[in-house]
Ligand binder design. Structure first.
Ligand SMILES: NCCC[C@H](NC(=O)CCC(=O)O)C(=O)O
Ligand SMILES: NC(=O)OP(=O)(O)O
Length: 311
């Protein structure tokens, strides 16, 4: 594995998922990271990704540098050939070349802007990191994908121990427009575990065909929930009317009544979660979201370990 920015970077996804499950049972410490430094670069806020990746790096003996680039550093210019006489102070190529010179692995979080679909789906920021970094790059959520979350989610579902579970990705309400990254990435990884997959969302919230094609899709949330073993809740804004939040008929908040339609399904969410908007308190309080969040540590550890062993 050269980078970790999508499932396509992973030679054997099943093996990596199993490695996460094994680390959870037996988090043996390897010191493969001694004398190595990982840089965690955040263009957006984070709680789990920041802390779990930091903890995973420390478990492997690594040193960690964290930079909240939007708050603490110079304003970055992303366009090539620009005359930089405006507010941007440093070009991304200079930023990345310099940061990577201090690190053995670089990790970056850069959300979708939700303004320009072509730019977001072209992964301008992530691709600049890959192009200009002298060391491997990990995505800590890019404009279109969140592979550390998805690897975690696959290991969490595998750990439930149901053979070929029915997994439902359900759109849920949210007070502000959110990226499609978590949902896209979840769908990209699901075929790596044996699962029966259904996507449910209101009209207007269809995901990009490149991620959703081939899966069962329905506008009827209650129908989708029947016989489900896992409900994976997530909000996303419109892909077709990019970044918009078209009006929705009916209520999509996940309640105990809706969970009762399932086959005693586990409720999952990547967090942070807006309580009583995405799902009711009762659903969240009886869910596996904290095990899921804890698994972020093992997923990050498996990824770092693989990259370190290939340095
Ligand atoms: N990292 C996991 C989710 C991150 C992000 N959620 C958020 O921005 C939620 C913010 C809020 O609730 O206002 C997303 O959906 O991609
Ligand atoms: N799930 C997740 O990525 O959480 P943070 O945004 O808090 O890192």
């Amino acid at each position: 594995m050269k980078h970790f920015t999508s499932i396509e970077d992973v030679d054997d996804p099943q093996q990596l998922i199993q490695q996460v499950v094994d680390l959870k049972q037996n988090p043996t410490s390897s010191s493969v990271g001694r004398q190595k430094t990982v840089g965690l670069i955040f263009f957006n806020p984070s709680l789990r990704t920041r802390l779990s990746t930091q903890k995973a790096a420390q478990n492997l003996g690594m040193d960690v540098i964290v930079l909240n680039i939007s708050k603490d550093s110079w304003k970055v210019e992303f366009e090539d050939g620009t005359v930089m006489d405006g507010i941007s102070q440093e070009h991304i190529k200079d930023t990345v070349k310099v940061i990577s010179s201090y690190c053995d692995i670089l990790a970056v979080r850069s959300f979708a802007t939700l303004r320009d679909r072509e730019k977001d789906y072209g992964e301008q920021v992530l691709n600049n990191f890959i192009e200009h970094s002298s060391v491997p790059v990990i995505s800590m959520e890019s404009a279109t994908l969140h592979p550390l979350q998805s690897l975690t989610d696959m290991a969490t579902i595998a750990d439930i121990g149901i053979k070929k579970p029915k997994v439902v990705l359900s759109w849920t309400p949210h007070p502000k427009p959110l990226p499609q990254a978590v949902a896209n990435s979840f769908l990209q990884w699901l075929p790596a575990i044996e699962a029966d997959i259904t996507i449910t969302h209101p009209q207007g919230y269809e995901l990009a065909e490149s991620f959703a094609d081939g899966f069962m899709q329905t506008y009827d949330q209650e129908e989708a929930f029947k016989d489900a073993n896992v409900i994976y809740a997530k909000n996303w804004s419109s892909y077709t009317d990019y970044g918009a939040t078209p009006n929705v008929n009916g209520t999509w908040t996940i309640t105990p009544e809706k969970m009762a339609l399932t086959n005693q399904a586990e409720f999952m969410h990547c967090l942070p979660i807006r309580r009583n908007v995405v799902a009711s308190d009762e659903v969240i309080d009886h869910s596996i979201v904290y095990q899921q969040a804890k698994n972020r540590e093992y997923a990050a550890q498996a990824v770092l370990q693989n990259l370190l062993e290939n340095l």
